[in-house]
Design a protein around this ligand. Structure first.
Ligand code: ADP
Ligand code: MG
Length: 465
């Protein structure tokens, strides 16, 4: 058979030719190639299979699902032999500092992707090393955001631009954003990635005015390939910095540089924000991160434990995952507390110990972090209206009743004042909120079905977190 006489490197040629033909025949677009094949490297081949390096499990799964059959067929056409294709996930983190000089042969993606040794990069100064795709657990709450982030990592400036991740505190916005940065930093070695919080951006901007170094400031941010700005809600009320960012945005966007932002709410809900900057944020892809469900919370705890040498029994992880429902930061805090405790007292952590130690955390999360927005969404969905209806001016029975129920629930389970609630319901007066709550209380007395309905809604609000 033809293939038997081949040496390992011939398979590399076969592989390259396979991809080339698929592209030439229009079965693989340039964009798909950039997204899925550029970061894939031939590792080895023999008369049975070809092995390729891919940067993550996500990549592997996606490529298999999308292209495996096509690739095997094309390889068969070319070689006359049915070869299997294997994918090997190769660590995308570069080797640690000391090893890097000695060990240039290790199978690190940063080395495989580029053959020149000088391209092995030092860790990025502004990015946390552990905020990478491998450490980001994909679950019900974030899978779309994570896929989009991976696509951007593979094709900066070409996939979704700008990319904006929004969601409540502790849900993984910064982690995901920095994962994009780290991925590009290590895999596309000539790209300049800059990460900054909006707060620092504001401070640097103000400083540049005071010290008359505005042109340096402008240059710094307009000469990057990937600009990551975290927590842009902090720019609310900062008209001048918004203006500056608007121009930076345009310059980078026109040059097809990748822009990524995070925000604690959808951009449309930013207050004291110029419309033209808001509309720029909305131009690309906006995705939200939701609170994780139990399975995902549990998976995240397991993942975090991988890097720690202390063992925590599964029942304890389950207990934490069941009780800490607010966000991942709280979840991690409880795990850290358990790990510290186990370390300190040198004891195995039991469910009883965990229950005792985490009592405070378990109860405080019950009502914490429920936002007005979330209650509005749950209630609106239940009554088949939209959150905008609840906030709007309409006074038909179809919307006034759900609106009153939503206000009542917020009063019941959160610490928002009636003034704050009124504001979030289209700027209504606090007396309207008080009146609504009284109305619902009165109706509950006369209508025995209302209380269970409200109870059910409160449960869904809590579970939706
Ligand atoms: P945010 O920026 O939305 O407030 P962070 O990105 O700071 O949240 O995340 C809070 C903590 O939770 C971080 O330590 C982060 O690593 C962790 N985290 C969030 N989402 C995930 C996830 N999907 N998998 C693993 N860890 C996560
Ligand atoms: Mg953050």
């Amino acid at each position: 058979m033809l293939v038997k006489a081949m040496s390992g490197s011939d398979y590399n040629l076969f592989w390259n030719e396979t991809v080339r033909q698929l592209m030439a025949d229009g079965n693989l677009s340039e964009q798909e190639h950039d997204m899925w094949f550029r970061n894939m490297k031939f590792l080895k081949g023999n008369n049975e299979s070809i092995t390729l390096a891919v940067p993550s499990k996500f990549y592997k799964d996606q490529v298999k699902q999308r292209y495996l059959d096509m690739l095997i067929n094309q390889l068969f056409n070319l070689t006359g032999s049915s070869l299997n294709i294997n994918f090997e996930v190769v660590d995308s983190k570069p080797p640690v500092e000391e090893k890097r000089t000695e060990n240039k042969t290790g199978k690190k993606i940063s080395e495989i992707v580029s053959s020149s040794s000088e391209s092995v990069r030092k860790p990025h100064r502004q990015l946390r090393r552990d905020y990478d795709f491998e450490g980001f657990v994909i679950g019900n709450n974030n899978s779309f955001a994570a896929s989009a982030a991976q696509a951007i990592g593979a094709n900066p400036g070409g996939a979704y631009n700008p990319f904006l991740i929004y969601g409540g505190v502790g849900l993984g916005k910064t982690h995901l954003m920095q994962s994009i940065g780290n991925f590009i930093h290590y895999s596309v070695t000539d790209k300049k990635v800059v990460y900054i919080t909006a707060e620092t951006f504001i401070n640097e901007f103000i400083h540049s005015i005071k010290s008359e170094t505005q042109s340096q400031f402008k240059n710094k941010y307009r000469k990057v390939d990937v600009l990551l700005i975290d927590d842009i809600h902090d720019l609310q009320n900062k008209k001048e910095t918004q203006e500056e960012l608007f121009h930076t945005f345009n310059a980078l966007y026109d040059a097809k540089k990748q822009l990524v932002f995070t925000c604690d709410r959808p951009p449309s809900e930013l207050k004291n924000f110029t419309d033209r900057l808001k509309s720029r944020f909305e131009r690309g892809l906006n995705v939200d991160l939701q609170p994780p469900n139990f399975e995902t919370r549990y998976a995240i705890l397991r993942k975090k434990l991988e890097t720690i040498s202390i063992t925590i029994p599964d029942e304890v992880l389950e207990l934490i995952a069941r009780n800490i429902t607010t966000n991942i930061r709280d979840l991690e805090a409880s795990l850290t507390k358990m790990v510290a405790y186990a370390d300190l007292v040198g004891k195995k952590i039991t469910v009883e110990i965990a229950q005792q130690q985490l009592k405070g955390a378990f109860t405080s999360t019950l009502t914490a972090n429920i936002t007005i927005d979330r209650v509005q969404r749950v209630v609106a969905e239940y009554f088949n209206v939209t959150p905008a209806d609840l906030k709007g001016k309409k006074r038909t029975k179809q919307v006034t009743f759900p609106r009153q129920v939503a206000m009542f629930i917020i009063r019941e389970i959160t610490d928002y004042s009636t003034t704050e609630i009124g504001l979030e319901f289209g700027g209504r007066d606090h007396t309207t909120v008080m009146h609504s709550c009284t109305r619902i209380e009165d109706r509950m007395k006369g209508d025995p079905t209302l209380e269970p309905t409200v109870g059910e809604l409160i449960r869904s609000v809590k579970e939706s977190r």
